[in-house]
Structure formats: C-alpha cells, structure tokens
Design a protein around this ligand. Structure first.
Ligand code: KIV
Ligand code: ZN
Length: 384
C-alpha cells in the first residue's frame, strides 16, 4: 500500500445497522456487501457475530461471498465474543477480528467498573487471544475521543506490543474538535514505539456534525484508515459518511491522499442502502442528497447555465448523478426558464420569454415547483 492511500473501512453493516428500526436480513446484507466490493472499499465490517445467530450467519455468508475486501467481525474484549467472531470468519479469505474496550474515565469507572491497569490487562489479553485465531487484529479504544492522551498511549503501546495490526481511535461520542482529534492521532504516532508497523484508524461519530471533519483531520494527523458508513448512517447522529470523506480527498489534491473508491458508484450505493434500510437520505445531504446538484435561485441558475463550476465544485457524473438540476421556483429567473423550455424543444425569442416569464412567476408563486407539464401548459396558454 502506498503510504498516502487511505484504506476505507466500511461499517454500514455493523455500526450503520445499529440505527433503531433499520435491521437488515442476511440476503439484504449480501447484496450490500457485493455492492461495497464493487465500490472498492478495503474493509467490510460485516457484523457483531456474538450478538445474534442471524448476525453470525450474515458474517459467515459475507466472508464466503466477497473476494477482495478484508472481512471484519466485531467483538468486545471478551473471550467468548472473540471465539465467536473467529468462528464466523472461517469462511473469509481475508479475516480480521476487531476487538477492544473502553478507555475513558467514564467508561472505566461507570460502565466497566474497573481500574486503568485492569483495562490494559484486558486489552492485551483480548488482542493476544484474537491473534491465536487470525493474523489481522484491529484494536479499538472505545471513547478514545474523551480519553487522556497519556493513558491512551499506554493502552496503545500495550496492544501494539501484543501484536495488534490496526489501531482504531474512536471518537465514540462525537465530542472532539478536528484540531484536537488530529493532535490525538499525531501524539500516538509520535509516542508509541513500533506504531509505524500498524495502521492507525479513525472512527468518528457525528453528534456535533463533525464526524467528516474529524476523520480528515485524523488522516492529516497520521491515520491511514477511515471507518465510515454509506449515507453516514449509524448510532444516534450517525458515523462519518463514506461519500463525503472520499470526495473531500478527491477534491483537495493538496491533502495528498487518495482511496480505492470508484466514486461513480456512490449514488447507486447510497440508494441501495437507503432503500434496503427504509431510511430516507436528507435532501440536502452532501454528495448524494436529492438537492446536492439542484439549483433553484435565479442568481445561481444563471451562473451554472453559463458555466457549471460557478456553483458546483464536483462534476455530478463523477459521483454517478446524471446531471445537475435546474429547478423552477418563484426564485428562478429568465435564464432558467429559457433553459428548461429549450430542453423541452421550445426555442423562444427574448420578447416571447419576457411575456412567458410574467405568467411563469404567477404560477410559481402558487406552487412549490414548476414542472414540465406546467411549462407545456404555459406555452399553450400564452400567445407567443
Ligand atoms: O463508536 C465506537 O467506539 C465503536 C467501536 C465498537 C469501534 O463503534
Ligand atoms: Zn461506532
């Protein structure tokens, strides 16, 4: 792997599926896993096998099906979880166990009711046990975002020494600021011996709307894997959105980072996940929302009709969107009206356009959007 390639670890089928009411069955998961492979993700987190027989079966079937991506199964730092994860991964060509434990004061004191030293012991034991089944073991330090850097470095040093291959530094509660998260990753990179043999991973939640920014900041701090989901789905406010981080790296070449993702498949993958889960994508969602390439105000429409990049930084075709939309509303101007009429085969003169526009705004004030049928009616009813 080139050092500037960012591995895309997709957790749509594990953390993404933790969305209340959006459960997928094995068949649906297989369809999504095949699509993720086509999309070019490097790692598919297929599930949490100890959680239910159905999830165990899904991980097994995904392992049997996909060829290229690493197939990863989640486990707590609990021996039975690890054994179950290992058993579910027997079918996988490239298996990875993802094990870990909470490291913040809040998790140690209130959730796990133990001591920092015991956390390190359990982390090391989990990694060593997982290593007895598979070579590729990822360790997560849950709530690393709220864990002091000195203690976090002690935990990470211990699991590096125990043989972890990937080090996941989750901002589980979506608390960090980008600069803070970047510094956390950089601190580990600079203070843990032997860390350069491992891949550092980001795993950011979106409670403050910062998951994408934090993931990119983490990569700037030295992470080389980003954990994310299609459409940013996941617990509470969700996880980092795959399509956003991928397109940020593409749009900002100065970051010097790239991924293996075929961006032309982003929209169809988004639709597949949204439909399978019955989870609507917000219209203004970056990259894949219905309005991501729609222009409705006259000022913007005039610019975009003259030259697309006046108001669009991404060519819609690059993410699998057919074309930008010029939506006719009461805020639209003559340029947009003429453009849409032309698309319907009506080439009108300036005088005709002025006349049509007077009638158009009346219709537009009455309804949210003026469609093709309304335009045909307008052409029929106005003497031009
Ligand atoms: O958010 C989180 O900390 C997680 C871990 C289980 C990786 O999802
Ligand atoms: Zn998570």
């Amino acid at each position: 792997m080139n050092t500037n390639q960012i591995q895309i670890f997709d957790t749509t089928l594990r953390d993404g599926e933790q969305v209340p009411g959006c459960k997928l069955d094995t068949q649906q998961k297989l369809v999504i896993a095949r699509q993720l492979e086509l999309l070019g993700v490097d790692v598919i987190e297929a599930g949490f096998p100890v959680s239910s027989p159905g999830d165990f079966h899904s991980v097994q079937e995904i392992g049997r099906t996909v060829v290229e991506p690493v197939v990863c199964a989640l486990s707590r730092a609990v021996m039975n979880d690890i054994e179950t994860a290992a058993a579910s991964l027997k079918t996988a060509r490239r298996p990875r166990i993802h094990t870990g434990i909470g490291t913040s004061d809040s998790h140690i004191q209130y959730k796990l009711r133990t001591t920092p030293d015991k956390i390190i012991e359990r982390a090391v034991a989990a990694v060593k046990y997982a290593k007895s089944f598979v070579e590729d073991v990822e360790f997560y330090a849950e709530d690393a975002g709220r864990t002091g850097n000195e203690f976090l470095a002690r935990v990470i040093q211990a699991v590096v020494d125990a043989g972890a291959t990937v080090l996941n530094i989750p901002d589980t509660t979506g608390y960090c600021l980008p600069q803070e998260y970047m510094e956390k990753i950089a601190f580990l990179r600079d203070n843990v011996n032997g860390i350069h043999k491992c891949t550092i991973s980001t795993h950011c939640h979106n409670d403050l709307g910062l998951a994408t920014a934090n993931s990119i900041a983490g990569a700037q701090g030295g992470a080389r894997q980003i954990e994310c989901t299609i459409n940013g789905i996941g617990e509470r406010a969700g996880n980092t959105s795959l399509e956003e981080v991928v397109m940020i790296m593409r749009q900002h070449e100065s970051l010097g980072m790239y991924t293996n993702i075929n961006s032309k498949l982003l929209l169809e993958t988004s639709h597949l996940v949204s439909e399978s889960m019955g989870m609507v994508v917000q219209p203004n969602k970056a990259i894949v929302g219905d309005n991501a390439f729609a222009h409705s105000s006259g000022i913007h429409q005039d610019g975009v009709i003259k030259r697309r990049d006046t108001y669009e930084i991404i060519d819609p075709a690059e993410v699998g969107v057919d074309e930008s939309k010029i939506v006719l509303t009461a805020r639209s101007g003559r340029a947009a009206l003429a453009y849409r009429l032309k698309n319907l085969g009506h080439d009108v003169t300036k005088v005709q356009l002025d006349e049509l526009y007077k009638h158009f705004v009346v219709v537009a004030d009455r309804q949210k959007e003026v469609g093709d049928n309304d335009l045909e009616e307008l052409m029929g009813s106005v003497a031009v």
